[in-house]
Design a protein around this ligand. Sequence first.
Ligand SMILES: [Zn+2]
Length: 430
Amino acid sequence: MRLFFAITVLLLGVTQPAQAQDKQQGKQAMLLLRPRAVFDGSSAMPHEGWSVLVRGNRIDAVGPGLTPPPDATVVDLPGATLMPGLIEGHSHLFLHPYDETSWDDQVLHEPLALRTARATVAARATLLAGFTTVRDLGTEGAGYADAGLKKAIEQGIVPGPRMLVATRALVAPGAYGPRGFEPGIQTPLGAEEAGGPDLVTAVRRQIAAGADVIKLYADYRWGTGEPSRPTFSQAEMAAAVEAAHSAGREVAAHAATDEGMRRAIAAGVDTIEHGYGGSAETFALMRKQGVGYCPTLAASDATARYRGWNGAEPAPETVRASREAFARALAAGVTICLGGDVGVYAHGDNAREAELMVAGGMSAAKVLITATSGNAAMFGIGDKLGAVRTGMLADLVAVEGDPTRDIGAIRNVRFVMKDGVVYRGASEAP
Ligand SMILES: [Zn+2]
């Protein structure tokens, strides 16, 4: 017996999504998903002929030859690979591409309500692209609106990914933008300024306001046109990390210089973002200390294109620097995070970072492992997300073809389920 399943794609929030949870009847509905193969999040080879049974919001059974229970709805996904929902490690849902509006103008001139409305659209695009979780590393001037957006998604008001939010992010006073105004005049900033003992207070305040992760800028440009230089002292960062870790929050450090990375590593941060200037020795230290690395290759690529690069080789210096840093990190055996700094480029185009990681020398299967079980473990959510395994939360995505051979397949998303709710699904004729 084979039912064909027509699912309402939740786009406008008007219709209720199909859900494997039937609250009216007081019992948990079941869906049996039958793709061509299952990529489980950790083994490089997809399992051909496996099916996945979802009960409520959990994976109930996984394996070959599952017989549909009598009440289960069967969803056939011929030709598709089913995998864990992808996890974006570095997003900014409150930013939109800089070729639409410059970062300065977004921070200075876009009202919070406009930015929040746009962020709901970004969240939906992200989810429908198969990214069911994001670590959103700062609202860039939009206050604590990420914590509010996260609640709206959790309450089913707008569709979007699970969010780990950083709220405002923390910078040393004077070390961030937008800049170029009369000194002493208060202008909007892309992050919260704090230093010395106040930095610890600011960490705690952000946690109280909903931060799941603390983001510190270990370095930045002190003036327009300057190269990046360290901002916080190592003692400041160590105190901030201690305050965050005491509260059970991880710390992500923006660091583009070798010295900024060194201080962040010594301070005990969990991940380093960008790391373009990291030496082989520093990446070796990251490996030793178990610090993760988000190379944000797509951000460098996008920014160079906004400045006129057409993609031809030789690539501009900034693109080459990010590629070379990625190569050094791979050679050192650093745990890589998939995190592209999406928001610099379009939300929903999260696959771009995965493609550039493959171009940079990682196998497609390794990139997929990174984007699922790898990121989940790195962000402390590996006990419930990032794997297709009995008992895990039902965040599942099906794509056409085999993404372990061709990473581009993750662009052809056919089915998206988050927490047992189907947001994108096949409605095929028998
Ligand atoms: Zn970023």
